[in-house]
Design a protein around this ligand. Structure first.
Ligand SMILES: Nc1ncnc2c1ncn2[C@@H]1O[C@H](COP(=O)(O)OP(=O)(O)O)[C@@H](O)[C@H]1O
Ligand SMILES: O=C(O)C1=C[C@@H](OP(=O)(O)O)[C@@H](O)[C@H](O)C1
Ligand SMILES: [Mg+2]
Length: 169
């Protein structure tokens, strides 16, 4: 395993992993990977189609396989919000780089995501975004090497906060 050189973004859906991740990669002169896109590429269908056809367990298994397949160097890696349910997946990501948690309050997430029912979230049909927030907060905290608050910040401001937090390590 080479020296970890990647920045791995974790956090709730809507926290900005995918959009801020691209900006961050440009600012830091790194590559960019989004594990949601790896899942789609491997399965030939959208995340929502996986959930609709085979259930949330199938999406979590597909996500774990996608994460374990990553062999990146010098990349920002945007993960899916559900990645923290996989202990082996998180161990792999930890070995690949620094885990940055984009922490965002629930009200802001609800505004950013809007209708989350078609976003392919790994949740039971009865679960709300608030339920996922409550269930996952401790997991993001547990795995984070660095936590950056994004509430009230623009994409660019979040990007700068992440850069500053990484430089301070
Ligand atoms: N800091 C921010 N300020 C305003 N909107 C944001 C911010 N971060 C993300 N968004 C918006 O929220 C939505 C979800 O962002 P995305 O990057 O896809 O999140 P994630 O990958 O964490 O689910 C997008 O419309 C994005 O533009
Ligand atoms: O939090 C979740 O349950 C999920 C979030 C999605 O990614 P984003 O966090 O990029 O929205 C995607 O990985 C998948 O649909 C599951
Ligand atoms: Mg994303």
């Amino acid at each position: 395993m080479p020296t970890p050189t990647n920045v791995v973004l974790i956090g709730m859906p809507g926290s900005g992993k995918s959009t801020v991740g691209v900006l961050l990669a440009k600012h830091l002169s790194l590559g960019f990977l989004d594990t949601d896109l790896l899942i789609q590429q491997a399965n030939g269908k959208s995340l929502q189609a996986i959930v609709d056809g085979e259930g949330q367990g199938a999406l979590l298994r597909a996500e774990e396989a996608a994460v374990l397949s990553v062999e990146a160097e010098r990349c920002v890696i945007a993960t899916g919000g559900s990645v923290v349910y996989s202990a082996v997946g998180m161990a792999h990501l930890k070995a690949l780089g620094t885990l940055v948690y984009l922490a965002t309050d629930l009200a802001t997430l609800e505004t950013r995501v809007g209708d989350y029912t078609m976003r392919g979230l790994a949740k039971r049909p009865d679960q709300t975004l608030a339920d996922l927030f409550a269930e996952r907060a401790a997991l993001y905290d547990r795995y984070a090497d660095v936590t950056v608050q994004t509430t009230g910040l623009t994409h660019d401001a979040v990007c700068k906060e992440v850069e500053a937090a990484l430089a301070a390590r």
